[in-house]
Design a protein around this ligand. Structure first.
Ligand SMILES: [Mn+2]
Length: 151
């Protein structure tokens, strides 16, 4: 199951994060959200709605809306769609303990989605335009995330 990792890491009697539920049914717009997550290390979590869950990457530095300003993005476990609306404090001692706030959100439009490369349009408040996620060769989790030149 796609949300097994998500479920395994969390104790839902302690955290207020959404339950691991896969959403089915077609929607016109795909959600994207970026959480600012003040965990042990402050980072930004980029999440793109895809096939009933949110594909997620942890971005150690604040994402940039400037063309070619690259950010490392580490692929993490898929999150439930309801996580897109989540804000709150994950209690001390729990996985990801710390404050979670929405930093940017909106919809995204996939241009091409491949195993190692995703090209897409973001329509957020802070991030707008054409972006790309490109996986490093021979590295299971590391990707580059950046705004691309629009054609
Ligand atoms: Mn996080």
């Amino acid at each position: 199951m796609k949300l097994d990792k998500y479920a395994k890491r969390r104790n839902f009697s302690k955290t207020t994060e959404p339950l691991p539920k896969i959403k089915t049914g077609k929607k016109e717009k795909l959600i994207f959200v970026i959480h600012r997550h003040a965990a042990t290390h402050l980072h930004y979590d980029l999440r793109l709605e895809w096939k009933g869950t949110l594909m997620s990457w942890a971005v150690p530095k604040q994402p940039a809306n400037k063309i070619n300003e690259k950010r490392l993005a580490v692929r993490v476990e898929d999150h439930p769609i309801d996580y897109a609306g989540f804000e709150g404090t994950i209690p001390a001692g729990e996985y990801g303990a710390g404050k979670v706030k929405i930093w940017d959100k909106g919809c995204w439009i996939p241009e091409s989605v491949k195993k190692d490369k995703i090209v897409f349009e973001l329509a957020g408040k802070k991030l707008k335009g054409k972006f790309a996620l490109i996986k490093f060769k021979n590295q299971p989790k590391n990707w580059l995330f950046f705004k691309a030149k629009s054609d």
